[in-house]
Design a protein around this ligand. Structure first.
Ligand code: F6R
Length: 615
């Protein structure tokens, strides 16, 4: 939830830290701070409540002395409110040691009591300061910062990435991680640490992901990774597959606007390299045919938007591969004694690959004997590393807190997986599968055509900016799209929004309909869904009869919808299973435009953070 950056090298430290924090601000944005060891050997810290801009302005007005060793942090508060005092870095060893932290130290109360009994006092309400003071105390007794750090992390419960530096040790930053991400950036005469590669991609394309319960010591010319017992760990560097410009706004008004505009590319890039002779062949899954022939069910686990992508995936995988597929919220799955075994494939879907709820559910699935596959957008992420296999989505870095292009890429990856599985299991003819592949390959251009005609959606959003509540209805694959439309509106525009399965309406929710109530309806194609289409049209009639204002998202030229709905947003023709990839685009645009009309920050909605690394 917090963003972390560390640097050792030359005197551009402040620029590296602030640039890294800018790119990591999506992870948390209620306060920020840096610590820099200057040329005279003084440790200077600066930290401010509020968005990173507040710290930036402060540093512009009163520059911090340059130095070649530093750490920086952008916070999403857990213990202690978002104040200057609680912002990181926190200090230990009488102000000679600085520490930053992402995660939650669960046994902090007990450790705090121990330190209080030992006569220590605290400046903040955070769990982080406990770790800073503990490391300082150990350093006093051992005279070895790495050993002190190791002893302390071995005592911490919960989730943490910690970075520390000490006034006695210029050119050294020490890090450790458990259940929370940390990546090394390998430079020339300089090295970097970050919560993810965005922290340093401007300076280097070579990175190493640090594994669970591992520590790292970086100096300008060396990187040493060990486990928590001090045993040396052999690491495998990887090349970052996108450059710094991919993580910039590139002239767009917001990251969200840019990322919605990238939805066609996210789909196209996720398909690229995975179609051979008209059939889906996912290279990362080579050698797993036997496993795919043996499994007898699939459980998809994910949270939020990723779970809605997973729900869309269930319809396609069951239809194509003829295997039972269910979807579950990761945080519910692991606490309800699910019956899974070696013939269950558990697919996790996660943009960040760091969502704690999903990570814990993946571990639970592995421990229960199931096979695990992850669909992930972040190279080297923990969930990807800990799964038996991974299919990466190639959406590029997603910076806006609300997920958009990752959602369409996740559906695409699930569809590719469904087509791969159907081929391996022989459940469909090659001709049928080739036709689905063609449909999927046509999606990017169709999304682009919706983006090109988004004026009407923006207008609707501006008219509806004062709405108190908005409802969303859909059936079949349109149902998860209704849920996604509602979630986006809630999180961005702070408007009460609910998504319903159209068939459920008469079982209760129809009581919500009153004159003027806006209701979005995702209408299935009359050609592709001959049975469902008239039922959805009847639903529109029923709610309009009670005064609802209906905005239909419907196939271009759907004659039945025109007289029924108040507004129609047309989408291009597509097979029924491919409609969700199109119908969701107007809903992404609508939520962004409505939030913008209300003057809200669409990239950093209140109370949220992009990567939810606490349970
Ligand atoms: C909503 C949104 C969240 C994420 C969820 C899972 O717009 O972005 O609901 O989808 O927190 O995140 P990942 O995919 O990183 O596991």
């Amino acid at each position: 939830m917090c963003g972390i950056v560390g640097y050792v090298g030359n005197d551009k430290t402040v620029d590296v830290l602030m640039g890294g924090l800018k790119r990591l601000e999506y992870r948390g944005y209620d306060s920020a701070g840096i610590a820099v060891l200057d040329a005279t050997g003084s440790l200077n810290t600066r930290k401010r409540a509020g968005k990173l801009a507040v710290l930036t302005e402060d540093l512009a007005a009163n520059p911090i002395a340059p130095g070649s060793t530093g750490i920086g942090h952008t916070r999403w508060a857990t213990h202690g409110g978002p104040t200057d005092r609680n912002a990181h870095p926190h200090l230990g060893d009488e102000g000679r040691l600085a520490l930053i932290h992402n995660g939650i130290i669960e046994n902090f109360a007990e450790l705090r009591a121990e330190l209080l009994a030992d006569g220590f006092t605290f400046e903040s309400d955070t769990d982080t300061e406990i770790a800073a003071v503990l490391i300082g105390r150990e350093y006093r007794s051992t005279g070895d910062l790495t050993e002190a750090f190791r002893r302390v992390v071995a005592r911490l419960d919960g989730a943490f990435t910690l970075l520390a530096m000490h006034q006695d040790l210029p050119g050294v930053v020490i890090g450790a991680r458990r259940n929370s991400p940390l990546v090394i950036g390998l430079g020339d005469g300089e090295n970097f640490l970050g919560s993810d590669v965005a922290a340093f991609v401007q300076y280097t394309q070579r990175a190493v992901a640090i594994g669970q319960d591992q520590m790292v010591v970086i100096t300008p010319d060396d990187v040493t990774v060990t486990d928590f017992s001090g045993n040396h760990v052999v690491t495998e560097p990887f090349e970052i597959q996108w450059d710094a410009s991919a993580a910039d706004k590139g002239g767009w008004s917001s990251f969200m606007a840019k990322e919605i505009s990238e939805e066609p590319d996210a789909v196209a890039n996720t398909i690229r390299g995975r179609v051979d002779g008209g059939q889906v062949v996912i290279p990362e899954l080579a050698g797993l045919d036997e496993l795919f022939l043996d499994i007898n069910r699939i459980v998809i686990i994910a949270c939020g938007t990723a779970a809605y992508a997973g729900t869309v995936g269930t319809y396609a995988i069951e239809r194509w591969a003829g295997i039972p597929v269910t979807v579950e919220l990761s945080h519910e799955f692991r606490y309800r004694d699910p019956v899974i075994d070696a013939r269950t494939l558990v697919i996790s879907v996660s943009q960040s690959g760091e969502t704690m709820d999903t990570l814990m559910a993946v571990r639970f699935a592995s421990e229960s004997g199931a096979k695990t596959l992850s669909i992930c957008n972040t190279q080297g992420a923990t969930i990807a590393r800990e799964s038996d296999a991974v299919v990466y989505t190639h959406a590029g870095p997603e910076v806006a807190v609300a997920s958009t292009k990752a959602f369409t890429a996740q559906i695409t990856a699930l569809y590719l997986f469904g087509l791969h599985l159907a081929r391996v299991r022989g459940t469909q003819t090659p001709q049928f599968l080739a036709a689905q592949v063609e449909e999927l390959q046509a999606v990017p251009d169709k999304i682009a055509s919706i983006l090109g005609a988004s004026e009407k959606i923006a207008q609707l959003a501006h008219w509806m900016a004062d709405s108190r509540a908005v409802l969303f209805l859909g059936r079949h694959v349109g149902y998860p799209i209704a849920l996604e439309g509602a979630l986006k509106l809630k999180e961005l525009a702070y408007i009460h929004a609910e998504g319903f399965a159209g068939g459920e309406l008469k079982h209760g929710p129809i009581a919500l309909i009153e004159p003027g109530q806006p209701v979005f309806v995702v209408v299935p194609s009359p050609r592709g869904s001959a049975i469902l289409h008239p039922k959805v049209i009847s639903t529109i009639e029923e709610i309009r009869a009670r005064g609802a204002r209906v905005i239909a998202i419907a196939e271009q030229g759907d004659a039945a919808v025109l007289p029924s709905a108040d507004e129609v947003i047309p989408i291009p023709l597509a097979g029924p299973l491919f409609e969700p990839l199109l119908a969701v685009i107007p809903l992404h645009i609508f939520a962004m435009e409505l939030a913008t009309a209300k003057g809200l920050d669409v990239d950093q909605p209140r109370n949220l953070a992009k990567s939810v690394t606490v349970e």
